[in-house]
Write a protein that binds this ligand. Structure first.
Ligand SMILES: [Zn+2]
Length: 336
């Protein structure tokens, strides 16, 4: 049974452990509440997805750098899916996705995992946290970007401290950042692929910067940020094989698709070959399938029927099946 552990000190071995070895130190999801100089705590979470290790490595860097000195403000750290991290997967079969069970979720509402996240959520709000940062990786090749749920000055400032791109995302109930909307400034950071030192370093720099900030007012020295908003999520129909097959619908995706994340793709851009009229389900924010508004299949080629910007495009079958193929976006406030 999954339940939350709470501790007020850094568990022995935490600073050295790899994500795969964490289970030797932690029994499950663990909230670590560390003291610091007086002020509202910063909340940081890592390993909501077990195969995304940049958050853990970033936290280790921040804590090592602080060494025995007092943190600039208190720090609340949530280490999430320890058992999935052991296997190097996003979540175990039979487990709900840890980033879909935060308050406001629709599915898995009464699961043990939803109770854990509700407990963490109320603790973070009760302590009136300064901000919440949830650290993730992408499976495909993506530039660094933030995901925000509200276009608010403090949230935009937070996002601009990490990257020059952010996605404004209102969809998917049960994500952590959505659960903090209108309560405290909240940001998801997508740090590129796992296992890359520079990606963890970028997340560590963000955490260190925010720990030391007095407030989140707009900064004059901040780079302007390009804001995208999500139009739809693209899934591959579950009955469609992801390679050529003889007796069933199939789709063979181009294998360098993930090189095009955050690139404007034009009408007729080719996603791959298929023997099916529409192997995709393209779900918009109302939950409707709008595949026909974005894709067309002609002569076995599956192409875009309009211009869009994709994010989180991946070619890994497990991720496509457990989550999705990609999101389709457009720039906000653009005149084009
Ligand atoms: Zn993730």
């Amino acid at each position: 049974m999954t339940s939350l552990r709470v501790t007020s000190s850094i568990p022995d071995g935490l600073l050295e452990a790899s994500a795969r070895d964490l289970h030797q130190i932690l029994d499950g999801p663990t909230l670590i509440e560390l003291e610091g100089k007086p002020g509202a705590p910063l909340f940081v979470s890592a390993l909501m997805h077990g195969n995304e290790d940049s958050g853990l490595v970033a936290i280790q860097k921040v804590l090592r750098a602080a060494a025995s000195r007092a943190l600039p403000r208190p720090l609340m750290i949530l280490i999430g899916n320890v058992s999935a991290a052991r296997d190097g997967v996003r979540r175990l079969e039979g487990q709900p996705d840890y980033n879909r069970v935060w308050p406001g979720c629709v599915d898995h509402k009464s699961s043990a995992e939803a109770r854990v996240m509700a407990q963490v959520h109320s603790r973070v709000i009760e302590r009136n946290a300064f901000a919440a940062i949830d650290i993730h990786n992408n499976t495909g090749r993506n530039p660094h970007y933030g995901v925000i749920c509200v276009e608010d000055e403090r949230v935009m400032t937070l996002a601009s401290l990490f990257a020059s791109r952010a996605v404004l995302f209102r969809g998917l109930p049960g994500t952590q950042t959505a659960s903090f909307r209108d309560l405290i400034p909240a940001l998801t950071v997508e740090c590129g692929q796992s296992g890359v030192e520079a990606n963890a370093e970028a997340a560590a720099r963000l955490v260190q910067t925010v720990l030391s900030l007095q407030n989140l007012e707009a900064r004059r020295d901040a780079e302007p940020i390009t804001l995208f908003h999500t139009l739809a999520q693209v899934r591959v129909r579950s009955d469609v094989a992801l390679k050529r097959a003889s007796n069933r619908p199939w789709l063979a995706l181009n294998d360098d698709l993930d090189l095009h994340n955050f690139e404007r793709l034009h009408r007729d851009f080719n996603f791959g070959l298929t023997n099916d009229p529409m192997p995709f389900e393209v779900i918009d924010e109302n939950g409707d399938d709008v595949a026909g508004a974005f894709f067309q299949s002609d002569d076995g080629r599956l192409t875009l029927s309009r211009s869009v910007v994709p994010a989180m495009l991946t070619t890994q079958e497990r991720v496509i099946r457990q989550d999705c193929l990609c999101y389709l976006m457009e720039e906000l406030h653009s005149d084009t």
